[in-house]
Design a protein around this ligand. Structure first.
Ligand code: ZN
Ligand code: ZN
Ligand code: FE
Length: 764
């Protein structure tokens, strides 16, 4: 066809998640369907199309780019300009163009699609039994990419030369593996093997691994983003053994089950949880235990545990040979980062695993499993955001230059942002070991080069001792921006909800550095992105021994008892069995009366610790958050009672009398009320008191939106009750949906605050 006056030529640019998701073959097929001519190609930041043909068909074509986009794509914008017809002979896919554009967005890793899985089970298929089968719709992405654009030579698959068959699939636009960058087959792709005592085990690796697992052994298995330690989840002895080896006393283990039917046998799954479980992101979903399928030691003292489905062909195929439910816990010691190279796994997990199921497709960046909590109303709370979600971007409500938010100390993530695009890193973990800090700097530098973004502004927490703060301060040639911890929590919630305007913020967590030198954690702010004011807080108590009071919830109970009962507190302590050895008792008394090594705190987390210990739910904390987790787990949902407590004006702040709430819980305990009832009443009281405080602040300020953030809102009981009460009172409630409410969301808040302050400075 020759270009005539009815021919329209359009240059189209599509931004969003459009690379590595089958977008170019989609465009190719769309163009061929309408007999349009031109070309499509990837650039670093987007997909470019040059297309010509009849005007009406071009319009339809442009519309379909959004409406018919492939499942993994996320089209953020389609912009176009018209040009003079070029007389293209046909429609082609051109080679990628590399440019210095910083806005490239790469896709997250995707669980095996049903078609690929089926191929691995079909004896006549050339990928029968092949554990690295993938296609344009599924497989590794983020974890194998060295640099952009996302093309095979820029991934860890560059070591494998495609065989003729793979190459022809890869080059054929109508094949479902067209430009599937990690494409592989048994002839040309990665291999799997089993190692024991430093040598390869002859025979079929998956069959032998299955047998070892049946026999109760612990096997380290290389996954998509790192190694797991696996054992039979139904074998009490094996699960106990893995706890001993990992030094993990009670923290629940995640379990991977063969399929969704098996999931239904071991836990209660409502529709929302099932949908999350089966989604292509394949997160760990927190579910309530049911039936007797799982060993008690998987989640001792807990009504729920994390469950997931296999998400690589290797895992799917392994379930043909192994027990139907496996503990699949991160391959690390204690809280160290995940082992992700074959050599570091052998070195670090040597004493933990009896054998290693390894392969030779390298993981370039480690990425833990994501953890999500499904709520009965269809909502979900993200607990840990990593594989399957990262590096999906979040749109900021305001523009910024290149900004890095370095995150907090615990549950660390960092966040890199440019324009209106913010990318929050995978969960890094607690930055308290040298290994964790190394991982942090490795990941942060990788992000910088991946997204070609050199930060001009670096935002950090006010805490001078956070390693992330030190990392920020050590950076030269940048503008530093210190952001208060709880302001960052609220700003994070505002930003992910696309808001920049002032709101009431409830920031409830364990601890954060306050602007007055005390430890904050039960905070009511009025805040926008740039600034905040502290409008209210929980009552303050001492933390006897500082860090020691965080590790031992009984110490927090003693501190609250001291506030509630005065000098007589030890008598009450003894009557509820909060007892210490004589010397420690004496020390705590002195700390509480003199304040020696015992900072004041308004922490919400410490109040939960104190109640959990005082009521006798959890007195021995073996992992972070355990007292609050067990308090929530035991709470009787049918109990609607509350403890009433006043709001007190003090030094211009609205103080929630959490001491009175604590005392009422202790009185209930002394009267013999069941812990399950006390736990419910206490949490109901929190929701009530917070809602009342919001009403008072609304009366004063006229603000009607309330943002909920901080680790306490991982607690579904407190979150749903607080939200319901606020909504009943006519508030607009903003909560986290994309990021965790815990410190994993801090980095986005830091970026948002720094961006808002920079924007304000430009205006002035
Ligand atoms: Zn697939
Ligand atoms: Zn091949
Ligand atoms: Fe926090």
């Amino acid at each position: 066809m020759i270009a005539d006056k009815c021919t329209l030529r359009r240059l189209v640019r599509i931004a969003g998640v459009v690379q590595g998701v089958g977008f170019r073959p989609f465009v190719y097929n769309l163009a061929h369907r309408a007999n349009l001519r031109g070309w499509v190609r990837n650039t670093s930041g987007s997909v470019e199309i040059d297309v010509e043909g009849p005007a009406d068909l071009i319009e339809d074509f442009i519309g379909a780019l959004r409406t018919e986009a492939p499942p993994l794509a996320r089209v953020e914008s389609v912009t176009h300009i018209d040009a003079d017809p070029a007389g293209w002979p046909d429609f082609r896919i051109l080679e990628s163009e590399s440019s210095d554009c910083a806005s490239s967005v790469i896709p997250a890793d995707v669980g095996t699609c049903p078609k690929c899985f089926e191929e691995t089970l079909t004896p006549t298929d050339r990928r029968f039994g092949y554990p690295f089968t993938n296609c344009t719709d599924c497989g590794p992405r983020f974890t194998i990419i060295h640099r952009v654009p996302y093309d095979r030579p820029n991934t860890t698959m560059s070591l494998f030369e495609m065989c003729d068959e793979c190459a022809s699939e890869y080059r054929n636009p109508s094949d479902r593996r067209f430009h599937a960058e990690p494409i592989a087959c048994p002839k040309c792709g990665p291999n799997v093997w089993l190692e024991q005592n430093g040598g390869r085990v002859p025979g079929k690796p998956l069959t032998i691994t299955g047998r070892l697992l049946w026999e109760g052994h612990v096997v380290a298995i290389k996954g998509l983003g790192g190694f797991h330690l696996a054992c039979d989840a139904r074998n009490e002895e094996a699960v106990r053994e893995i706890r001993i080896r990992k030094g993990r006393v009670c923290k629940p283990f995640a379990v991977m089950v063969r399929d969704v039917d098996e999931a239904g046998r071991v836990c209660r799954l409502d529709a929302g949880a099932r949908e999350l479980l089966e989604s292509r992101r394949r997160p760990i979903v927190i579910a309530i235990k049911a039936g007797a399928g799982i060993a008690e030691s998987v989640a001792p003292g807990n009504s729920s545990f994390g469950i997931m489905l296999p998400y690589t062909p290797l895992q799917e195929l392994l379930f043909e040979h192994c027990p139907p439910a496996l503990v699949m816990t991160s391959g690390n010691l204690g809280e160290e980062p995940l082992a992700f190279t074959n050599s570091s796994a052998k070195q670090k997990l040597g004493n933990l695993a009896d054998a290693f199921l390894m392969h030779d497709r390298d993981i370039h960046v480690p990425c833990d499993d994501s953890v999500i909590r499904a709520l009965p109303d269809g909502d979900a709370i993200v607990i840990r955001r990593a594989r399957g979600y990262v590096p999906e971007s979040i749109e900021l409500p305001i523009d910024c230059g290149c900004v890095l938010g370095v995150g907090a100390e615990q549950k660390n993530t960092f966040c890199l942002a440019w324009g209106r695009t913010a990318v929050v890193s995978q969960h890094i973990g607690d930055l308290n070991t040298a290994e964790a800090f190394d991982y942090y700097t490795y990941a942060a530098e990788h992000f910088g080069s991946l997204f070609r973004c050199e930060p001009e502004i670096v935002a950090h927490d006010m805490h001078p001792e956070y390693l992330s703060t030190k990392y920020a301060l050590a950076k030269g040639g940048v503008t530093l921006q210190a952001v208060q911890h709880h302001h960052a929590h609220i700003a994070s919630c505002l930003a992910e909800n696309g808001r920049a305007s002032r709101c009431i913020g409830l920031a409830l967590d364990g601890t954060g550095y306050g602007t007055d030198g005390t430890v904050w954690g039960g905070e009511i702010l009025t805040a926008d992105l740039a600034d905040f004011e502290r409008a209210g807080r929980f009552a303050q108590v001492r933390m006897p021994g500082g860090e020691a009071a965080i590790r031992d919830p009984r110490r927090m109970a003693a501190a609250f008892l001291h506030e509630a009962y005065g000098p007589d507190f030890e008598r009450v302590s003894r009557s509820i069995d909060i007892d210490f050895p004589a010397f420690e008792q004496e020390l705590i008394r002195r700390q509480l009366t003199t304040g020696l090594h015992s900072p004041l705190t308004s922490s919400a987390g410490r109040l939960f610790d104190a109640v959990s210990a005082a009521v006798g739910i959890c007195r021995d904390r073996t992992y972070e958050g355990q007292p609050a987790v067990e308090l929530e787990a035991i709470a009787d949902e049918s109990e609607l009672g509350t403890y009433s407590a006043p709001l007190i004006e003090q030094d211009g702040l609205l103080v929630l009398d959490t001491i009175s709430v604590f005392r009422a819980a202790v009185e209930d305990r002394l009267n013999g009320t069941a812990p399950s009832v006390i736990a419910a009443r206490f949490q109901n009281s929190m929701a009530d008191l917070l809602a009342q405080a919001c009403v008072t602040i609304r009366d004063r300020t006229g603000l009607n939106a309330v943002a909920l953030s901080g680790g306490v809102f991982q607690n579904a009981f407190v979150f749903t009750k607080t939200r319901a009460r606020l909504e009943r009172m006519g508030f607009e409630v903003l909560s986290h949906r994309l990021l965790p409410p815990n410190d994993g969301g801090i980095s986005l808040g830091q970026v948002a605050v720094a961006a808002a302050r920079a924007a304000r400075a430009r205006v002035k």
